[in-house]
Ligand binder design. Structure first.
Ligand code: ADP
Length: 269
């Protein structure tokens, strides 16, 4: 009889991910702080450096990555061996998202924890990820079913924590740090996003959401600080049009910051 218990599930995941060097979850305390933006742009920056990258969107209720990356009309294909191929963004970058499984873009997914765990498990055990330097996982904000399932199914994962500089976001992110520590995730560091805005008219730096909160938090909690990303309205436009921001604005301050963060992460391999 087939063994369908937890042990065999973990074995199947281990076997399927045997050629994946690192798994990193991008997490945040709050929604809207730029977690998906950072997960996708770091993936593009790392892939541009010649690393093999998989992006896994486990935001089951709001899977945005396909739209942000301009591939929302694509579907995952099954192989001759009944396995599933991720959608290819470029030679070095593959994407898997719940959005590819939904018949309609606007359809809501109304699932409880165990069902979410099951689909995440299948993303990990049945997708033909192949050889990857990094599998970057974009999870929904907070410490709910999705990041918890992920951390339990692949216990040796790392985490990048995204916050905006203001205190309310910092307060929430402390819970994410506690979550990562309790689940023994390797904390690669904190990214402070939307940190400062340069006025296009007068060139003055305006701290719209304050500045420095993420850095201070990293110091207080003794976690590496990965860097700050400024506000750039072109990030919003690129995401809405499905264009790859770091590719179309290779010299912007935000792209430079993202590339520096990608380099720092590469060194933590
Ligand atoms: P989350 O995944 O945390 O919910 P998103 O990545 O979807 O957040 O970002 C929320 C919104 O903020 C999006 O419209 C995105 O384009 C925008 N955004 C993210 N980071 C920046 C930034 N540094 N500058 C300007 N807009 C940003």
């Amino acid at each position: 009889m087939q063994n369908t218990g937890a042990g065999s599930r973990t074995e199947a995941i281990k076997k399927n991910l045997r050629d994946v060097t690192n798994i990193v979850m991008v997490i945040s305390g709050k929604g809207g702080v730029g977690k998906s933006t950072i997960a996708s742009n770091l993936a593009i920056a790392l892939a541009g450096n010649g690393q093999k990258i998989g992006l896994l969107d486990i935001d089951i209720h709001g899977p945005n990555l396909p739209k942000m990356l301009g591939v929302e009309k694509e579907r995952m294909q099954s192989t001759n061996e009944n396995r599933i191929e991720p959608v290819r963004i470029s030679d070095n970058l593959k994407l898997v998202s719940m959005a590819f499984l939904l018949p309609e873009e606007n359809q809501a997914v109304i699932w409880r924890g165990p069902l979410k765990m099951k689909v995440i498990q299948q993303f990990l055990s049945d997708i033909q990820w192949g050889k990857l330097d990094w599998l970057i996982v974009d999870s929904p904000p907070g410490t709910g079913d999705e990041p918890l399932s992920m951390a339990q199914l692949v216990p040796a994962s790392s985490a990048i924590i995204v916050t905006t500089p203001q205190e309310i976001s910092i307060l929430d992110v402390k819970k994410s740090i506690d979550f990562a520590r309790k689940l023994n995730l390797r904390l690669l560091g904190i990214v402070e996003n939307m940190s400062g805005f340069r006025c296009p008219h007068c060139g003055k730096e305006i701290p719209l959401f304050k500045e420095g909160g993420g850095k201070k938090l990293a110091q207080d909690m003794e976690i590496p600080f990965l860097g700050v990303i400024p506000i750039d309205p072109e990030i919003v436009k690129a995401a809405d049009k499905g264009l790859l921001y770091v590719k179309i604005f290779p010299d912007s301050p935000a792209t430079k910051a993202l590339k520096e963060i990608a380099n720092k992460i590469s060194k933590k391999k």
